[in-house]
Design a protein around this ligand. Structure first.
Ligand SMILES: NC(=O)c1ccc[n+]([C@@H]2O[C@H](COP(=O)([O-])OP(=O)(O)OC[C@H]3O[C@@H](n4cnc5c(N)ncnc54)[C@H](O)[C@@H]3O)[C@@H](O)[C@H]2O)c1
Length: 378
C-alpha cells in the first residue's frame, strides 16, 4: 500500500501544523501550484499526502474523545491555522497515560492557556499497544511536552512491543541513548530522534553562524541564544527542573560545530528564556556571538529570528516520517543515524549541517548507512 500510517502522541501545536500541512500540500500538488516550504517535495517516491494519521493520543479533556480535526484546533493550541479544509470523522483522540506529561506549575495559569486533564482513567500499556496494533500504525510521532521522561519511556515501550517505529521529536534521550537504541535494534525496528530541528529555527541558524566563524578562523569567546514564546511549550519550560535535557540538546547542537574546541560551559548560554503569552506560537530568538578575528581584534554578531514555532518543525518531521518508512521497507533496525543527524538536534551522531544533508541524500538515494563520527554527549 502506498501510504505511511502514523500515530501521534500529543495533539498539541506541532501536531496541528503537521496535519494541516499534510492536507495543505495535498491540495498544492493536486492543483499543480508552486510547492513552497518543503526541502523534499517527493522523498523516496512519497508525497506528504501519502502520510495518513490512523491514531492520536492525548490527555487533555478538550481533545480526548473528539475527532482529530476538532482536537487539533482546541485550546490551548494557539498556532496559526493555515489550512483547515479536512475532516477525520472516524478518528477520535484516545486517552493516553499522563505520567509526568503535565507540570504542576501550569495550574497557576487560566485554563484556556494550559493543559487540563479530565476524569478519564489513564490508558494502560496494553491498551496503547492494542491501539497501535489495531490502527495499523507503522510509526509513532512523539510530541509530548519537554520533561516527559516517564511518559516518553512509556510510549517507547509500547512501540517496542507493537513493532512500531518511533520518531521522537522531544528532548528526552531515547534514540540517542545507546541502551534504548540497542533495544530498538534488537526488536528489528528503526527509529529517529531526538528533539526535532526546525526548518529555519534558532538551532540551525546558530549552528551555521558558529560554524562559519569557526571555519573562517575567528576565535569564538562567548555566545548566547535566548528564546521567548507564548505557547504551552514555553509555558511548560518555565519549570527549570524540566529543562535539563532541552538545554543539553540545544547547547550540544551548537557546541558540536566547533570540532574539538567547544566553549567553556560558562561562556555559552542557550535555552528557552521566558513565556510571553501574547506571542502565542510566535517564537523569537535573540542570539549573540562574541569573537576575535585577524590580529585578535574583537568582533561580534547579533541576530533576531522571528518564526511561527510549530509549522517550522513540521517540514522536518514530514521528511523524518518518509525516511523512517524507507528504513522500514529496507528492513533497517535501530537508530537511522543519517536521518537523525539532519532532522534532529540531539541525534546519536552529530555532523555539520552540510555533511548531514549529504548523508541524508545518500540515505534517500542509496540507503548507505552513515559512518560513525562523534557520539552526542548526554
Ligand atoms: N515547535 C518546534 O519547532 C519544536 C522543536 C523542537 C522540539 N519541539 C518539541 O515538540 C514537543 C511538542 O511541541 P508542541 O508545541 O506541540 O507542544 P504542546 O504543548 O502544544 O503539545 C503537547 C501535547 O501533549 C499533550 N500531553 C501531555 N502529556 C501527555 C501524555 N502523557 N500523553 C499524551 N499526550 C500528552 C498535551 O495535552 C498537549 O496536547 C515539545 O516537547 C517541544 O519542545 C518542538
Amino acid at each position: 500500500m502506498h501510504e505511511i500510517r502514523i500515530a501521534i502522541a500529543g495533539v498539541g501545536n506541532c501536531a496541528s501544523s503537521l496535519v494541516q500541512g499534510l492536507h495543505y500540500y495535498k491540495e498544492v500538488f493536486a492543483k499543480g501550484k508552486e510547492v513552497i516550504g518543503l526541502a523534499n517535495p517527493i522523498l523516496g517516491g512519497y508525497a506528504p499526502s501519502d502520510v495518513r494519521v490512523v491514531a492520536a493520543i492525548d490527555i487533555d479533556k478538550r481533545k480526548v474523545g473528539r475527532p482529530l480535526h476538532e482536537a487539533l484546533f482546541a485550546s490551548p493550541n494557539n498556532t496559526k491555522v493555515f489550512y483547515n479544509r479536512f475532516k477525520y470523522p472516524g478518528l477520535k483522540v484516545q486517552m493516553g497515560n499522563v505520567l509526568d506529561g503535565v507540570p504542576g506549575h501550569m495550574a497557576a495559569f487560566e485554563e484556556k492557556k494550559r493543559f487540563s486533564v479530565g476524569a478519564k482513567p489513564n490508558a494502560t500499556h496494553k491498551e496503547i499497544v492494542k491501539l497501535l496494533e489495531t490502527s495499523g500504525a507503522e510509526i509513532l510521532i512523539s510530541y509530548l511536552p519537554v520533561g516527559s521522561q516517564k511518559a516518553t519511556e512509556f510510549y517507547a515501550e509500547c512501540c517496542l512491543e507493537a513493532g512500531v517505529s518511533l520518531i521522537n521529536c522531544i528532548p528526552v534521550f531515547i534514540v540517542s541513548d545507546p541502551a534504548w537504541g540497542k533495544r530498538f535494534e534488537k526488536a528489528g525496528i528503526c527509529c529517529v530522534g531526538d528533539d526535532i530541528k526546525a526548518q529555519v529555527g534558532a538551532t540551525i541558524t546558530h549552528r551555521v553562524l558558529m560554524r562559519m566563524m569557526h571555519e573562517r578562523g575567528a576565535k569564538i569567546d562567548a555566545t548566547y541564544q535566548l528564546n521567548t514564546g507564548g505557547n504551552t511549550d514555553f509555558m511548560n519550560m518555565l519549570a527549570h527542573e524540566r529543562l535539563g535535557s532541552k538545554r543539553i540538546s540545544k547547547t550540544q547542537a551548537v557546541q558540536s560545530q566547533l570540532d574539538d574546541t567547544p566553549l567553556p560551559p560558562d561562556q555559552v548560554h542557550i535555552g528557552p528564556s521566558d513565556y510571553v503569552a501574547w506571542q502565542k506560537d510566535n517564537k523569537v530568538c535573540f542570539l549573540r556571538i562574541e569573537a576575535r578575528g585577524f590580529g585578535g581584534v574583537p568582533l561580534n554578531l547579533e541576530a533576531r529570528l522571528s518564526v511561527e514555532d510549530s509549522p517550522n518543525s513540521a517540514g522536518e518531521v514530514i521528511d523524518a516520517i518518509r525516511c523512517c518508512k524507507l528504513g522500514r521497507e529496507r528492513g533497517l533496525a535501530g537508530p537511522l543515524t543519517a536521518v537523525a543527524s539532519y532532522t534532529m538536534k540531539h541525534p546519536p551522531i552529530q555532523y555539520t549541517d552540510y555533511e548531514a544533508r549529504r548523508l541524508l541524500k545518500d540515505f534517500i538515494d542509496n540507503g548507505k548507512p552513515a559512518k560513525r563520527k562523534t557520539r552526542s554527549r548526554k
